[in-house]
Design a binder for this molecule. Structure first.
Ligand code: COA
Length: 335
């Protein structure tokens, strides 16, 4: 989507919610053939949050969404659309977004889930923005929410160290003139096998046999995902800057999908972005999939790394393969 076509869109509020329970590398050392040193050196992750057994994805999603609404000073009744990006919905049906709508009391809102794995949040931003740009809706809540700990095989050291639980949300609204909005999405189904949950869907229903083989868990070719993620972050951000006519120093903050610190550092170095303009919180949350960008965005807003009028760049990538980029203005500099 070119930045100059029609009504623009802006992020007017952010929110996040993570479970209280912290799972440290030291704890993982006790159950897996790994060391905290290896995990930090290869991924940058020191700890992650894990949801308790009674917490479902919609609980985290609704908490993050409620905070984003309060931050944007928007009442639940004003919300036109709730979009929840998740790979770990509460159940196959009903959509998690419907449960969020009910929890918020956003009675007027339409609600649906979006499945684009770790790229779900940029896909959600692009989708939500289209409704605003078309003049159909004025207030859209985009939520990324996951309880990945439920689809991780805690005996598989190559995946168990990576993921965590949480949710983040933003409120989108039409923007005053001068606001930047750019989004670009991509997919490559040929890479479907490098990151997937093999069973539990219509292709291979859950059965005693699939459970015995652990096919309800995430399976991953880490090296291939690593190469893909670095390439996408670099190419997508380069394209975005070119399309928007921006130099790296005009990006106020880059909020990448938090998958692996080494991936982020490699891409950032190739792009020549100043390190202090890159927001990283993977050390505390691990990879929270569709929730990683909005959790980081919310933290960045709270710690003053984002100011009204800031240009923020976001790139997500994940299973599918899918990827998505968004360049947006955070709030209005005019207030
Ligand atoms: N602790 C100790 N050793 C581990 C380990 C762990 N937790 N996980 C894997 N290893 C071992 C491997 O078994 C392998 O041993 P070998 O050489 O004897 O076969 C060795 O470490 C190197 O494995 P490799 O896969 O090459 O490591 P890596 O440096 O690529 O790091 C990942 C592995 C998973 C951390 C890394 O590939 C990665 O982060 N990939 C991207 C994953 C991702 O982001 N997924 C989600 C995308 S949305």
């Amino acid at each position: 989507m070119k930045p100059d076509s029609g009504i623009s869109v802006m992020i007017t509020g952010t929110g996040a919610a993570v479970p209280d329970r912290v799972l440290t590398n030291r704890e993982l050392e006790k159950t897996l053939d790994t060391t905290g040193h290896w995990i930090v050196q290869r991924t940058g992750i020191q700890e992650r949050r894990i949801a308790g057994g009674r917490t479902a994805t919609f609980h985290l999603a609704a908490a993050a969404a409620g905070r984003a609404l309060r931050d944007a000073r928007v009442a639940p009744e004003e919300v036109d659309l709730i979009l929840v990006a998740t790979s770990t919905p509460d159940q196959f049906t009903v959509p998690t977004a419907g449960l969020v709508q009910e929890a918020l009391g956003a009675d007027r809102a339409a609600a649906f889930d979006l499945s684009a794995a770790c790229a779900g949040f940029p896909y959600g931003l692009a989708t939500g923005a289209q409704f605003i740009r078309a003049g159909v809706y004025r207030t859209v809540l985009v939520v990324g929410a996951e309880i990945f700990s439920r689809i991780v095989n805690w005996r598989d050291r190559s995946t168990a160290i990576l993921f965590g639980d949480g949710a983040g949300a933003v409120v989108l609204r039409p923007a005053s003139s001068g606001a930047l909005w750019y989004s670009h999405l991509g997919a490559d189904g040929r890479g479907a096998d490098i990151l997937k949950v093999p069973a539990g869907g219509s292709r291979l229903l859950a059965s005693e046999e699939t459970v015995r083989q652990g096919l309800q868990y995430i399976h991953m070719n880490g090296r291939e995902v690593f190469k893909f993620g670095v390439r996408v972050m670099e190419e997508e951000l380069r394209l975005a800057m070119e399309q928007c006519g921006l130099y790296p120093e005009q990006i106020d903050l880059f909020v990448p999908h938090q998958a692996n610190l080494r991936m982020i550092e490699t891409a950032v170095e190739r792009l020549g972005l100043p390190r202090d303009r890159v927001y990283v919180n993977i050390q505390r949350y691990g990879n929270t999939s569709a929730a990683s960008i909005p959790i980081a965005l919310d933290e960045a807003a709270r710690c003053g790394c984002l100011a009204p009028g800031s240009v923020v760049a976001m790139v997500g990538f994940g299973a599918g393969l899918t990827w998505g980029t968004c360049l947006a203005t955070y709030r209005s500099a005019a207030g």
